[in-house]
Design a protein around this ligand. Sequence first.
Ligand SMILES: Nc1ncnc2c1ncn2[C@@H]1O[C@H](COP(=O)(O)OP(=O)(O)O)[C@@H](O)[C@H]1O
Ligand code: SF4
Ligand SMILES: [Mg+2]
Length: 328
Amino acid sequence: MPETVLQVDDLKTYFFTEAGVVRAVDGVSFSLTKGKPLGLVGESGSGKTVTALSVLGVVPRPGKIVSGKILFEGENLLEKTENEMRGFRGKRIGYVSQDPNSSLDPLFTVGNQLSEVVTTHEKMSKEAAREKVVDLLRLVRIAEPETRMRAYPHELSGGMRQRIAIARALASEPDLLIADEPTTNLDVTIQAQVLELLRALQRELDMSLILITHDMGIIAEMAEEVVVLYAGRVAEVARTAEIFAAPRHPYTAALLQAVPRVDRKRPLVPIGGNIPNLITPPSGCRFHPRCAYMIDRCVSEIPPLEAIGGGREVSCHRWKELELRGSS
Ligand SMILES: Nc1ncnc2c1ncn2[C@@H]1O[C@H](COP(=O)(O)OP(=O)(O)O)[C@@H](O)[C@H]1O
Ligand code: SF4
Ligand SMILES: [Mg+2]
């Protein structure tokens, strides 16, 4: 039996704002097999980051995890104290955000900040810490690590900074790495290099990885399994190859039609309409105002997330009868 590293079960994380309760994550469930790369995909505002922050136990005010379970290696993180959570976050669960500047301190050299991280996880001599930092920089394919260690973050390119942020997240040899849109702020060619690096590291280190993105093209390159989020709920879960060949949820199909592809024979079709307001989300299926296949039942009844065989799950009243187009 493959081991499960993370199981998120009916997670609800809401923001209690003056304008009302934002149901950002509203009953999200998925699990991740140890040593595998999982993609979490959805348009901006679908609850990807809030899901990640919930796992890390750092949901900002006025947000709060309202209910659910987050089992990490069998332990429910929602029952941990803040002090206990510090033993998970940044140690057993690494995090890389879309903004490398937020994880690097501009006032310290790369070498200083990496050795600080290395020594908080493990007592060691200065010399041993230095060696470990050099190893980490080599791990993320930084040439001339001894020279780079003396640089300040602002002296490095965006791609290089993101590599350092990855090195920092890997310093404690975490069991799980969550990378939240790690290449969004980078140039296209650099994006490809950073993604390639993450994919290679995932394989080399046998690392469990959650890769968050709004881009199905990145999912195709990076993930073995995909969880598609829409407006705070799971639309569909499947193996990557299967979801590209035969999506079962109209939203997944729409996301696939919106992926730019060089070899594309059909035109790109953007998804019409906007992601809904999560204070007063649409009734029934949250996708119904944008769905080409909507029927009355979609407005009145929430479609449950249903296991449909082969490890696939879908939440659509009409999945059986629809014949949706894949990406070919
Ligand atoms: N601090 C906050 N206060 C109020 N609402 C928030 C806050 N942070 C996120 N949200 C809301 O939660 C929803 C999900 O956001 P997020 O997880 O950041 O989306 P994604 O990462 O998929 O783009 C959005 O509707 C967003 O407006
Ligand atoms: S439940 Fe209805 S509205 Fe929702 S995706 Fe399925 S067909 Fe579309
Ligand atoms: Mg986000």
